[in-house]
Design a protein around this ligand. Structure first.
Ligand code: GDP
Ligand code: IMO
Ligand code: MG
Length: 416
């Protein structure tokens, strides 16, 4: 079988991408991350055990899957080490399964210090970042002063580049942000041994992906969501990478012609963590209940996620931007208790919360958790799904009815 699938969140992240990637990798040879870093938090629930992945692709749980980190990802060596230790303590094999691009840019402790200092400096105008140093690392990449994993292979060269970079960071930290500078020597002493321990995973991954994408099946795992895209999202309240389809091609070196199917992951309602506009946000009991029933606590920062109705205007934008072939609708079970359900259809601008056109329908008020067949869903739940299909002119091909790997309805075999 040769079928490559691109997978992306359609809103502001946390749509349940990790769970769907985990389901799909049963039929894949590789799983690839192409952008973002450990700002992501992808949750998998397997046999009652919860595993949260930040940097490592969600295919790592499966022994037949190669997990590949593409050049577009920014890598914190400390976060990578922590995550590897976490996987090892869960008895998950890594050897011969993990491959990291030597062209990945590295997130230094000073990038994180700048991220945190800047958010503090911005005060009320802050973005609400994850504080992981993602933005500053991408800034240095574009400014051509960044440090890549390949730089760690030559010690003298590394020392020269890291010295000037941290010197620059410390100038910013001390003089502009009036914050504490970081120690160059401590950084080197910390990162060099970590690099030595993970060096065996660091290669040029593009030829590997080229080969697998030609002969077998890759799942390209998007992080964050369409509306957090640096160019097409709710700027400046976005992340610092291209989260949408083109981010996959630049973040891997694999052409768009290799993708056979583009899958949007859409939550049955909408959430957002961090600041910025959110037209269908609910600031009432319904919003609080969705947060409670959906367990809407950030998988990376533990912050409460803001909740609201499903936003179709954004879904339609995501369909266009990512050339979506179909949708995986997740967390349907979270709506089980609602008497009435609304869908946000249209509004003039992101900031114009007063003028939103909603479509209201009856809820189903029966348990859908764990249902595996479309015909077993209550009539009103099927009506909700059909309404989404009609409003978006796109088919819902998978439905997730719970956090576990088994809680899934396959409507269409997207590998065919
Ligand atoms: P991601 O960042 O898109 O991978 O999503 P997160 O893992 O950050 O957040 C999704 C949360 O919803 C996690 O806690 C998942 O375990 C959970 N989840 C995923 N799918 C479902 C579902 O269909 N129903 C329920 N109740 N929970 C789900
Ligand atoms: P996954 O992959 C939800 C948000 C942050 C902030 C903005 C910028 O789990 O869906 P950053 O640290 O990237 O500079 O923060 O982006 N954000 C996410 N929100 N899910 C994520 O990842 C996110 N990654 C970043 O909250 O608003
Ligand atoms: Mg998440």
């Amino acid at each position: 079988m040769n079928k490559n699938i691109f997978l992306v969140g359609t809103h502001w992240g946390d749509e349940g991408k990790g769970k769907i990637v985990d389901v799909l990798t049963e039929n894949a040879s590789a799983c690839v991350r192409f952008q973002g870093g450990h700002n992501a938090g992808h949750t998998l629930l397997i046999g009652g055990k919860k595993i949260i992945l930040h940097l490592i692709p969600s295919g790592i749980l499966r022994d037949h899957v190669k997990s590949i980190i593409g050049n577009g990802v920014v890598v914190s060596l400390e976060a990578l080490q922590d995550e590897l230790n976490d996987l090892k303590s869960n008895n998950i094999a890594i050897q011969d399964k993990l491959f990291i691009s030597k062209f990945c840019h590295v997130i230094l402790p000073s990038h994180q210090a700048i991220d945190i200092a800047r958010e503090k400096y911005l005060g009320k105008a802050s973005i609400g970042t994850t504080g992981r140093g993602i933005g500053p690392a991408y800034e240095d990449k574009v400014a051509r002063r960044g440090l890549r994993l390949i730089d760690f292979f030559n010690h003298e060269h590394l020392i020269s580049r890291i010295t000037s970079l941290i010197d620059y960071h410390n100038f910013l930290l001390s003089n502009y942000y009036k914050s504490t500078p970081v120690s160059l020597n401590e950084t080197i002493d910390k990162l060099v041994p970590i690099f030595k321990s993970i060096k065996k995973y660091v290669i040029d991954v593009t030829p590997l992906m080229m080969e697998i994408s030609t002969n077998s099946t890759i799942i390209f795992e998007g992080a964050q969501g369409t509306m957090l895209d640096i160019d097409h999202g709710t700027y400046p309240y976005v992340t610092s990478s291209n989260t949408i389809f083109p981010g996959m091609t630049t973040g891997t070196g694999i052409g768009s012609d290799k993708i056979n199917y583009s899958l949007g992951i859409t939550k049955s309602y909408t959430t957002r963590v961090g600041n910025g506009p959110f037209p269908t946000e609910l600031k009432d009991d319904i919003g609080d209940n969705l947060a409670k029933w959906g367990g809407e606590i950030g998988a990376t920062t533990g912050r409460a996620r803001r909740c609201g109705w499903l936003d179709i205007k954004i879904l339609n934008k995501a369909i266009e931007l990512n050339n979506l072939n179909g949708i995986a609708l997740t967390k349907l079970d979270v709506l089980d208790n609602l008497e009435k359900i609304k869908i946000g259809k249209d509004y003039n601008s992101f900031n114009d919360v007063a003028d939103i056109e909603y479509l209201e329908m009856d809820g189903w008020q029966t348990l859908t958790k764990g249902i595996k067949k479309l015909k077993d869903l209550p009539k009103n739940a099927r009506h909700y799904i059909e309404t989404i299909e009609n409003l978006s002119n796109t088919s819902v091909d998978l439905i997730s009815t719970g956090a576990s790997r088994e809680d899934i309805i396959f409507i269409k075999n997207i590998f065919e």
